[in-house]
Design a protein around this ligand. Structure first.
Ligand SMILES: [Zn+2]
Length: 302
């Protein structure tokens, strides 16, 4: 036995972290949490599409326990399309646990409700997210973050959560441009780099919602629907925690609808292609970086 190994064993050194390879999954304990590392400036989470229900974790008794059906499949399809289009990988963090066992998009008390196994999975999930964001910022200077969900609201639209409630979005453009709204935004980093008014970034003709609508998917906020009615998802814990200008991370929660978007593999493929189209336009315009990680020269930035 080598002396260094013996010394390490005696001192109970932690095992060295496994080398991360873009596109190759690594897992937490029991494979409840999966991280597919990437090399693109894009970090995506799939918190509510898991199906595993181990007996070792008691069912959560408080909060929402219904899963976002087919969203894990949607996230994996999205990753495949990103790879097919760029030759590179986005970072993808997945909870394989059913939402009744763990809700990674809540703070730990509500997320795990006292189960030590669920708490461990929650910590693994967020360690992977933090690791992915940090690696992306180190590699590219910025990270664009998407928390990918599914909803079944009666009004069919993809809900874009920038941490603005329906009530916030009922404000007129002048109000929305005020500091109070920007202070809670998940795209502060984008706003700081833009000459455009904040309200325009959120719901103007070149907003994320506008680009998604051009691809044939109803979205809000957007020029067509600048002030969506309740119920509307504004973005939750994960976006609030990671989309911080001081960390060079911007992003949003995307709440997809089901009919003709995530109901079949054909639908999911179509939406994933559209989402890549949107990012190919949005990232250079908003963060001066191509989806493939190439910086945009200042001449072409807005
Ligand atoms: Zn969800």
């Amino acid at each position: 036995m080598k002396r260094s190994l013996l010394l390490c064993m005696l001192l109970a050194c932690p095992a060295p972290a496994a080398e991360l390879v873009p596109g190759k999954s690594v897992f937490g304990e029991h494979q409840y949490i999966e991280y597919i590392p990437g090399d693109l400036p894009l970090v995506v989470c799939s918190p509510h599409g898991g199906r595993e229900t181990p007996e070792s974790i008691p069912d959560r008794t408080q909060g929402v326990v219904q899963p976002d059906g087919n969203t894990q499949e949607l996230a994996r399809t999205f990753a495949e399309v990103v790879h097919a289009r760029t030759g590179h990988h986005m970072h993808l963090i997945i909870s394989n646990l059913h939402r009744k066992e763990l809700d990674p998009n809540r703070e730990i008390v509500e997320a795990a409700q006292g189960s030590p196994i669920a708490e461990k999975a929650w910590n693994e999930y967020h360690d992977f997210v933090a690791q992915a964001c940090a690696a992306t910022v180190k590699q590219h200077g910025v990270a664009f973050f998407i928390d990918l969900h599914g909803q079944s609201h009666p009004d069919v639209r993809v809900e874009l959560g920038y941490q603005h409630s329906a009530r916030d979005l009922a404000a007129d453009d002048e109000q929305l441009n005020g500091d109070a709204y920007l202070a809670k935004s998940s795209i502060q980093l984008i706003a700081a780099q833009s000459k455009e008014a904040y309200s325009q970034i959120v719901r103007g003709p070149a907003s994320f919602g506008a680009l998604l609508e051009k691809k044939g998917f109803f979205a809000a906020p957007s020029p067509r629907m600048p002030s969506p009615q309740e119920p509307f998802f504004m973005g939750g814990y994960t976006v609030r925690r990671y989309c911080l200008a001081k960390n060079n991370v911007a992003g949003l929660q995307i709440e997809t609808y089901k009919p003709k978007l995530r109901d079949t593999q054909e639908s999911r493929q179509k939406f994933a292609e559209a989402l890549v189209d949107v990012l190919e336009e949005y990232l250079p315009a908003r963060l001066a970086i191509q989806l493939d990680g190439t910086p945009v020269t200042s001449k072409t930035t807005r």
